[in-house]
Design a protein around this ligand. Structure first.
Ligand SMILES: Nc1nc2c(c(=O)[nH]1)N[C@H]1C(S)=C(S)[C@@H](COP(=O)(O)OP(=O)(O)OC[C@H]3O[C@@H](n4cnc5c(N)ncnc54)[C@H](O)[C@@H]3O)O[C@H]1N2
Ligand code: MOO
Length: 653
């Protein structure tokens, strides 16, 4: 949030030396209990809806069956309605002859003649059983006989091929419970009972407002220092998924008057208001202060011992819930699902959501903050002996931590970590997880997305988890993935990747990525010179700022060699990815850095090639024969993918 920086370090309240908006941290359970106590009990609203319009809504009341389904005893087959005792002596050798009654009962035809002893009546599947009959003989188990009769050569048991009145739905039975969400199956049951309209709980109208000067709506161009508003879209979608009708009111800047006006209007027109951003401690964090002016009792919890989600603010203004979700997207989504969905579902007349859980082993140690219940988003893969849960964590500020996760695990308040190899309970976001067909764990490259395109087209699920080359190798050694993409430079042998393989792994050659110096086009210090000359020019100019790479990156070794011990301005800025280097140069935070050619090209930067980096795959030999691995191997050498890689600037090894 832009304004935050203007007042971020000095305490806001200068007299007391204390910050005026210090959060009082409550436990998750207490925060939810206070919020719910201020909201419930409350009546749900009711609406009469035709079946077609009721889809997705929750029933407001139990529905009791007004009649039997089927409404009469009926035949399940095409054949003859008979009295079973008439056929008690029938055998292959001594058939029983039955005279046919002079009517045929089709579907929708009410029978008029009884089946008397020694007679049968022709009946179609679905036809009502005539008086006197108690069973049906299938047509293929009879022979026509002289004089409008049939011969039957087998006995029948009473009730054979008969569906009795009320056997499907009995009049007076509770057909559907209040709270049931109406889907196609429920519609079917209601229609079978002749019910055309139902009373459903009104979907609460929920206003959604994003806050922050930095937010731009998707579809509009991004200005410098701005980001796209992700929370608005996610929160609105999650509201609709959980029984509400979201009304997105856009992003409001960090301006007290504008925000208050927007919040007042939203509350007037809706049953609930969900904001995101500006609930923490910055000077731009206004919304929670405005809540106090909007109605009573106001804030019931501000600050929850949750991670992610600490700054969550829960309030009730004159009976309407008002929520401020943390600005970080993963925090916003997680707290919404954990703390707001239960309340929204209750207001929408829906039962609590039941979460499916699985047990999975966590292969690595996960650090956790003492004093906060920490929820860690995880991605599940099939290991040697069961499921493995990989943290997808890129932190609360990332969107993929949540979006690419299958579920989450919980680290208790009093733990400061979860040890490696813990068997943890994972709460799933969806009721079923389909284990991926191909698991790739290691360093990510946009070229990899090209290779997996044909697999996705063929319906294979590819799970790619970016943990860096070394993390990938460790996962491969533990048999948790099929392939580990790596680009590791061995200083001693001056070769890539091969020296890092251990038993059970084999090298699958990938492609080469040209590394070189990036700079803004037109920069005379770099245009048209060699890498060595470029670095000399940069070192000679004290105003020239570089962007480095992290220790351990292959690229860093190249940079250090080029610098020969020099430590120019910017040396300590050490981002962890090729993209971050390009962004620093493109945004003029640095004048030069080293990255790979496809990334430089995508940012339209000048590029001086220096050395190639090998991006290969450590293939787990024991998993080589799996169909998805074979499909990957095929894709890698196919003309289509070779051309695509070439085109993107990756050179096949
Ligand atoms: N000094 C402290 N700083 C922070 C604390 C703290 O305790 N002391 N808490 C941190 C935690 S935990 C979280 S979570 C964040 C949340 O802060 P806010 O709710 O006030 O959110 P903002 O500052 O407005 O934004 C944080 C971050 O999220 C981005 N953002 C905001 N809205 C959206 C949106 N609609 N779509 C996408 N991204 C959004 C915003 O640009 C910021 O990058 O505060 C920590 N700070
Ligand atoms: O609570 Mo914040 O959500 O940790 O990132």
């Amino acid at each position: 949030m832009a304004r935050k920086t203007t007042n971020i370090s000095p305490p806001n309240n200068r007299d007391s030396g204390e910050q005026d908006q210090f959060l009082t941290i409550l436990s998750r359970e207490e925060a939810l209990q206070r919020f719910e106590a201020a909201l419930f009990p409350r009546a749900i609203t009711r609406e009469q809806r035709g079946l077609a319009d009721a889809l997705g809504s929750a029933l407001a009341d139990d529905v009791v069956a007004p009649l039997d389904v089927p409404p009469f005893d009926r035949s399940n087959v095409d054949g003859f309605a008979v009295r079973s005792v008439d056929l008690s002596s029938a055998t292959e050798g001594t058939p029983v002859r039955l005279a046919l009654n002079d009517e045929a009962i089709a579907c929708g035809t009410a029978p008029t003649k009884p089946v008397l002893s020694g007679t049968a009546t022709t009946i179609a599947t679905g036809g009502p059983l005539p008086r006197g009959a108690d069973a049906i003989v299938m047509v293929e188990h009879t022979q026509p006989a002289d004089g409008f009769a049939i011969d039957v050569r087998r006995t029948v048991s009473p009730g054979q091929f008969v569906s009795y009145a009320g056997s499907d739905i009995a009049r007076g039975e509770t057909l559907l419970r209040a709270g049931t969400v109406i889907g196609s199956r429920e519609v079917g049951m209601l229609a079978a009972c002749g019910i055309a309209e139902v009373s459903v709980a009104g979907r609460p109208r929920v206003a959604v407002i994003s806050t922050g000067d930095e937010l731009v709506q998707p579809g509009s161009p991004l200005r410098p220092a701005a980001i796209y508003d992700t929370n608005g879209a996610i929160v609105a979608a999650a509201i609709d998924e959980n029984g509400g009708d979201a009304v997105f009111l856009g992003a409001v800047p960090d301006d007290d008057a504008q925000l208050e006006a927007a919040m007042r209007r939203a509350l007037l027109e809706s049953d609930m208001l969900v904001l995101s951003g500006g609930t923490s401690k910055g000077a731009g964090d206004l919304s929670h202060r405005i809540i106090g002016r909007l109605g009573s009792p106001g804030i019931t919890a501000h600050g929850v011992a949750l991670k992610p989600g600490k700054p969550l603010c829960l309030a009730v203004c004159d009976g309407k819930p008002v929520v401020i979700l943390p600005g970080f997207p993963t925090s916003a989504m997680f707290t919404f699902h954990d703390m707001i969905v239960p309340v929204l579902r209750r207001m929408a007349g829906m039962p609590p959501r039941t979460d499916a859980k699985v047990s999975a082993k966590v292969p690595i140690r996960i650090a956790s903050e003492l004093g906060r219940t920490e929820f860690v988003m995880v991605s599940l893969v099939e290991g040697r002996d069961g499921l493995i849960a990989y943290p997808t964590g890129k932190g609360s500020g990332a969107i993929t931590s949540f979006a690419q996760a299958d579920g989450f695990l919980r680290i208790e308040t009093l733990a400061d970590h979860m040890p490696a190899d813990t068997e943890a309970e994972v709460t799933l976001f969806t009721r079923h997880v389909r284990a991926p067909d191909l698991v790739i764990i290691g360093s990510h490259c946009t070229g990899l997305d090209l290779v997996t395109t044909p697999l996705a087209r063929a319906g294979l699920i590819v799970r790619s988890i970016a943990v860096g080359s070394l993390g990938g190798l460790a996962a491969a050694r533990r048999g948790e993935c099929d392939l580990a993409p790596i680009h590791l430079f061995d200083d001693r042998t001056e070769t890539y990747n091969t020296p890092f393989l251990v038993e059970g792994l084999e090298l699958l050659p990938g492609w080469r990525r040209m590394q070189g110096i990036v700079f803004c086009r037109g920069d005379r210090r770099f245009e048209g010179v060699s890498a060595q000359e470029a670095v000399r020019a940069a070192l000679a100019d004290p105003s020239c700022i570089m962007v480095n790479r992290n220790q351990g990156a292959g690229t860093r070794i190249l940079i250090d060699r080029l610098l020969g011990g020099a430590r120019p301005e910017g040396y300590w800025n050490q981002p962890r990815s090729h993209n971050a280097v390009a962004a620093a140069v493109a945004q003029r935070r640095a004048d030069w850095g080293m990255t790979i050619a496809p990334v430089a090209r995508a940012s339209d930067l000048g590029f001086i090639p220096l050395a190639e980096e090998y991006y290969d795959f450590a293939l787990v030999t024991a998993r080589k024969q799996r169909p998805a691995v074979q499909a990957f191997l095929d894709a890698l050498v196919s003309d289509e993918i070779r051309t695509a890689l070439d085109h993107a600037g990756f050179r096949r090894a």
